[in-house]
Design a protein around this ligand. Structure first.
Ligand SMILES: Cc1ncc(COP(=O)(O)O)c(C=O)c1O
Length: 387
């Protein structure tokens, strides 16, 4: 069902193969390992060195890609971000590949901003590069979130097995697959893309059982839950839920824009989430907003972008099926309250120029976060004595 959703070849060419995993992380380990083994086999056959594999990704990849690279000894070559551009640039990624590249990994729904990377353009540029060089570098799509969004909301967007170089795709069942935590999926375009040597066969459970996961035993409840959701909701049911998520995302985004304080970093086409940063010249930080929102029961993460956009700090609200219209309105209203409170506090410049060590007990170098927490403490005490 998932292979079909991702437009795997059908008919006589239908040989897609896949496996259920604990989440996208395990799925990515397996997909990465398959690419590494395929590349090694090819290099061995050519009598060329096979001890220095690398993988090309954007610097915005989720930590599981760094884990894969470190655990399975593959060099991670990251395309750096830049201010205003927070996903992997396909042209730069293709410039970085070489004969040791096992694959280029694109993300359908960047963890940080929800933005879809341009897999179609990557496929075109990499096809040209492969033609020029005689290499055969494939693409993996990390569709952890987007894999259950794009097929329903953007069916014409080509990011999946419709693109010839896309050999494997992962998706998290516990994100927009609508299942509770502990399920992910990886699908390979064809049997040839998953080296046979990675599949183990055991028979001590009474029949031949092929296994190609990192863990052996796991609960079947998530698999059943995923199956149940597919059957119960069907394509139309998923589509309705995802459309509703997009609608609530739009509502929240408009409310955030209306405050006049934020710049929206997420895109209209992407995962239903709103990522936003403070406009220049703000006297407080997103870390302070996140901290204050906790008082209203909201946990809205504030974080910084990866290299080379580390100076950008932002917040992110992921809209899932249970985030309703009225919750969106409540969050907007709480953000407005927090802004009002922060506006009434003394500007940070005067806190910076005040002797911070009067309260903290020494140390002249304070991070923004430390100043923020100091600032909070003085505001909690309702004192303006240092300003
Ligand atoms: C793009 C992306 N890839 C991979 C992962 C890891 O997924 P999981 O938590 O299912 O292992 C995430 C999780 O947030 C993600 O956003």
């Amino acid at each position: 069902m998932i292979a079909h959703l991702f437009n795997a070849p059908v008919g006589d060419d239908e040989t897609a193969i896949g496996v259920g995993t604990v989440g996208s992380s395990e799925a990515i380990m397996l997909a990465g390992l398959a690419f590494k083994r395929k590349w090694q086999a090819k290099r061995k056959a050519l009598g060329k060195p096979f001890d220095n594999p690398n993988i090309v990704t954007g610097a915005n990849v989720q930590v599981c890609w760094e884990k894969f690279a470190r655990y399975f000894e593959v060099e991670l070559k990251e395309v750096k971000l830049r201010e205003g551009y927070y996903v992997m640039d396909p042209a730069k990624a293709v410039e970085m590949v070489d004969e040791n590249t096992i694959c280029v990994a694109a993300i359908l729904g960047s963890t940080l901003t929800g933005e879809f990377e341009d897999v179609k353009l990557l496929n075109e540029l990499l096809t040209e590069k492969n033609k020029e060089t005689g290499w055969d570098i494939p693409i993996h799509v990390d569709a952890a979130s987007g894999g259950f969004i794009a097929p329903f909301i953007y069916p014409d967007l080509e990011w999946d097995f419709r693109l010839p170089l896309v050999k494997s795709i992962n998706v998290s069942g516990h994100k927009y697959g609508l299942v509770y935590a502990g399920v992910g999926w990886v699908v390979w375009r064809s049997k040839e893309d998953l080296p046979e040597e990675l599949i183990f066969h055991i028979n001590y459970l009474g029949s031949d059982q092929p296994t190609f996961t990192l863990n052996f035993s796991k609960g079947s409840s998530q698999i059943i839950a995923q199956y149940y959701q597919f059957i119960r909701l069907g394509f139309e049911g998923y589509k309705d839920i995802m459309q509703n998520c997009m609608e609530n995302t739009r509502l929240l985004k408009e409310g955030i824009i209306k405050t006049g304080r934020f710049e929206i970093l997420s895109k209209d086409i992407g995962v239903p989430l709103v990522a936003f940063s403070l406009k220049n010249g703000s006297s407080y930080t997103v870390f302070q907003i996140a901290e204050s929102l906790r008082r209203f029961g909201w946990i809205v993460p504030a974080y910084t972008m990866p290299p080379d956009a580390e100076h950008i700090s932002l917040m992110r609200v992921v809209i899932r099926e249970d985030f309703s219209h009225s919750l969106a309105e409540r969050l907007i209203s709480d953000i407005e309250k927090v802004i009002k409170e922060l506006d009434e506090l003394p500007p940070r410049a005067s806190v910076k120029s005040a002797r911070v060590d009067d309260v903290d007990g020494g140390g002249s170098h304070h991070t923004e976060k430390e100043i923020g927490s100091y600032w909070r403490r003085i505001s909690d005490k309702k004192t303006s004595s240092v300003c």
